[in-house]
Design a protein around this ligand. Structure first.
Ligand code: SF4
Length: 215
């Protein structure tokens, strides 16, 4: 199996107009517990029913690790991070150990702290994807998204995380690297990109690299 995109929870801290499902939104008090509880009651069974061998053979015949992308909602918000997200990472570590899939996580990045980065990397995350570098996330319009990029880069530098890119970036203000890491390089990495959910399928057909998951 090449890749799995796993939405852990509907809970988010935003109400983006471009979001593809209106269940991704803020929840409070009992509603938050209920929606996080759905993920808590499911994740052990989900992990237990994934293949023992989390790898695949690519077009060139090389065997590579499966990519497991964990996302929300927003997995770093209070009420989700410690209650669901970190336990999922720990369960993945128990299930596969060193034979595990490459783990990427997707976050908006605007609530990211060094403590969060440490919490993820120490639990086996290989790549942290900041997926809000666009004009559609409220508060990150215009030059604000470039400020967020610099904040994230400074935090990642504390952990020696290397920036990787998707390719296709044209605006020099993005300062985007173009390379992808080798499969046997365990990172850590980070990537800055925009909301994939904004990409129209007709655009995707014409420019398929836009829909690729980076790592
Ligand atoms: S941050 Fe992402 S999941 Fe949350 S509302 Fe916006 S697009 Fe949806």
């Amino acid at each position: 199996m090449e890749a799995i995109y796993w939405v852990l929870t509907w809970a988010c801290h935003r109400r983006c107009k471009h979001c593809y499902d209106d269940r991704f939104r803020p929840y409070v008090r009992e509603d938050l517990k209920r929606v996080v509880g759905e993920g808590q009651s499911a994740y052990r069974n989900i992990i237990a029913n994934l293949p023992e061998d989390m790898s695949f053979v690519d077009a060139s015949g090389a065997r590579k690790r499966t990519l497991l992308v964990l996302a929300g909602g927003e997995v770093l918000i209070d009420g989700v991070r410690e209650e669901l997200f970190y336990p999922v990472l720990e369960e993945i570590g128990r299930r596969w150990g060193d034979r595990g899939p490459h783990i990427s996580i997707q976050t908006t990045g605007d609530i990211l702290t060094p403590e969060h980065i440490e919490g993820m990397l120490s639990r086996g995350v290989r790549t942290i994807a900041i997926a809000s570098i666009d004009d559609f996330h409220v508060g990150l319009e215009g030059d604000k998204k470039f400020a967020l990029m610099e904040d994230v880069r400074a935090m990642m530098a504390l952990f020696g995380a290397r920036e990787v890119g998707l390719g296709g970036a044209r605006d020099p203000r993005l300062k985007a690297p173009g390379s992808r890491p080798a499969d046997d390089d365990r990172g850590p990495f980070f990537v800055l990109w925009r909301a994939a959910r904004l990409v129209d399928w007709r655009t995707l057909a014409a420019r398929p690299w836009l829909g690729e998951w980076p790592l």
